[in-house]
Design a protein around this ligand. Structure first.
Ligand SMILES: [Zn+2]
Ligand SMILES: [Zn+2]
Length: 169
């Protein structure tokens, strides 16, 4: 894969107090462009999402945001997440088992997902456009507008002691 290794990016340290102001300005503008109101609940969910690389589930967002807004409900967290996704401020990652995780990073990037704990990590590398082209040619009659790459396997905490199951053939 072009010498790229699937390693998680360096973890950003959450800086709730110092980064809140600029992220609120960005949030307010994007919400209003999408016909949505700025609310403290949406701001808290957004601030948490852009400061974590854990690709949290809605439940995990709820637990974290509750520390700031103890009265917030899970339903409000769900709705806030969907609003952020609708306004292009977050990405919803859905999986075959119907679980969903949210990503505050909206630039194109790819993921590695642990088969045991479900953890999702960002990949540093990608696939060069030139390597995507042959796939495009084979997708006859299909208009390709993008692609999603997900590596599956075991995170360092979940790797079986007798080694990973046979992976790629
Ligand atoms: Zn794991
Ligand atoms: Zn991501």
């Amino acid at each position: 894969m072009n010498g790229h290794e699937a390693q998680p990016r360096e973890r950003r340290i959450p800086k709730m107090s110092t980064s809140t102001q600029s992220s609120d300005v960005r949030l307010r503008a994007a919400l209003e462009a999408g016909g949505q109101r700025f609310t403290p609940q949406r701001a808290a969910v957004f601030t948490y999402l852009v400061n974590t690389e854990s690709h949290p589930t809605a439940d995990e967002v709820y637990s974290a945001v509750q520390e700031l807004l103890p009265t917030i409900s899970l339903a409000t967290v769900y709705k806030s997440l969907e609003t952020l996704v609708g306004c292009g401020l977050a990405v919803k990652l859905t999986f075959a088992d119907h679980s969903a995780r949210y990503d505050g990073r909206t630039d194109p990037h790819h993921h590695a997902r642990c088969l045991v704990c479900g953890r999702v990590m960002d990949l540093v590398g990608g696939i060069p456009e030139a390597d995507i082209e042959p796939l495009r040619d084979e997708a006859a009659g299909f208009t390709v507008t993008g692609y999603r790459l997900e590596l599956s396997g075991y995170c360092s905490g979940c790797l079986p002691e007798d080694g990973p199951a046979p992976a790629l053939a």
